[in-house]
Design a binder for this molecule. Structure first.
Ligand code: TPP
Ligand code: MG
Length: 276
């Protein structure tokens, strides 16, 4: 598993952002903006030396687990995993094509290294609690990372998982909330305002940090601090921008959510130029 420094991680996140744009535009569908907000955290997990993994041994019992509960953001997962050596980069260009294993939501039955089939929002943290309990029972030292969306936090099942993780004092579980301020139909404040997450999670007994999740230095520091917490579950409230990296283009389009829409070929060219 690679261990890049902050500057190298920024460059890697940049490459992954470009892949996200390319594969979703090629597919003509998908969720680029949901992927872009989460990109820095996912990059740091796979390339910052945090997750223990070997793409050649995806079933290794001791591997760390990453569950993308907001499964619609799988372009960031496929892109990071391709860069990490799980699959050829060319293959992920088949995203969402008929027969492709790179489905619109991650399918653990079709791709090695995918820990959970997600997409129906609200379930990933419960699955993560199960993995964390299993790790403890099997005396395996792995850590479980689960990424959720801020809109997804409105699902009741998430709060059941939060409560049970506290009950079992799951010190091998890290949840990351990608707080990009939007869900499908509008801003999270308008649809269902659950902010501020930190005191709510603390009330459930969790260790919590709130950071700028598009600042690689802050992301790395928070992940480092979270691995030091072993007596209770830990959360990172990652405040991000939906579509981070291409925001000026989204503003020109008068849609800073741009949920579930690929960029047109023309807009994608502009986005790739903007990313440099
Ligand atoms: C159970 C369920 N209800 C509705 C949807 C449809 N849906 C897909 S993405 C989305 C919005 C999610 O918002 P958020 O969790 O904030 O993720 P973001 O795209 O902002 O990263 C919704 C409602 C779904 N996938 N699953
Ligand atoms: Mg959101």
């Amino acid at each position: 598993m690679p261990q890049l420094n902050v500057d190298q991680l920024k460059a890697k996140a940049h490459d992954i952002r470009k892949l996200i744009i390319r594969i979703t535009t090629e597919a003509g569908s998908g969720h680029p903006t949901s992927s872009l907000s989460a990109c820095d955290v996912v990059t740091a997990l796979y390339f910052g030396g945090f997750m223990k993994y070997d793409p050649q041994k995806p079933q290794d019992p001791g591997r760390d687990r990453f569950i993308l509960s907001k499964g619609h953001a799988c372009p960031v997962l496929y892109s990071a995993m391709a860069e990490a050596g799980y699959f050829p980069v060319d293959e992920i260009m088949t995203l969402r094509k008929l027969g492709s294993p790179y489905e619109g939501h991650p399918n653990m039955r079709r791709l090695k290294g995918i820990e959970a089939s997600t997409g129906s929002l609200g379930q990933g943290l419960s699955i993560g609690v199960g993995h964390a309990l299993a790790g403890r029972m099997d005396k395996q030292g792995f850590r479980v990372y689960v990424m959720l969306g801020d809109g997804e936090m409105g699902e009741g099942q998430v709060w059941e998982a939060i409560a049970s993780a506290d009950k079992y004092k799951l010190g091998n579980l890290t949840a990351i909330i990608d707080q990009n301020g939007y869900q499908q139909t509008g801003s999270t404040r308008e649809v269902l305002d659950l902010t501020d997450f930190q005191p709510k999670l603390e009330a459930f007994g969790w260790h919590v940090q709130t950071i700028n999740g598009n600042d690689m230095g802050e992301v790395v520091a928070a992940l480092k601090a979270s691995t030091a917490v072993t007596d209770r579950p830990t959360a990172i409230v990652s405040r991000t921008q939906k579509g981070f990296g291409i925001l000026p283009l989204l503003q020109q389009e008068n849609d800073t959510n741009y949920h579930g829409k690929p960029l047109s070929k023309e807009l994608a060219e502009k986005a790739l130029a903007l990313l440099g």
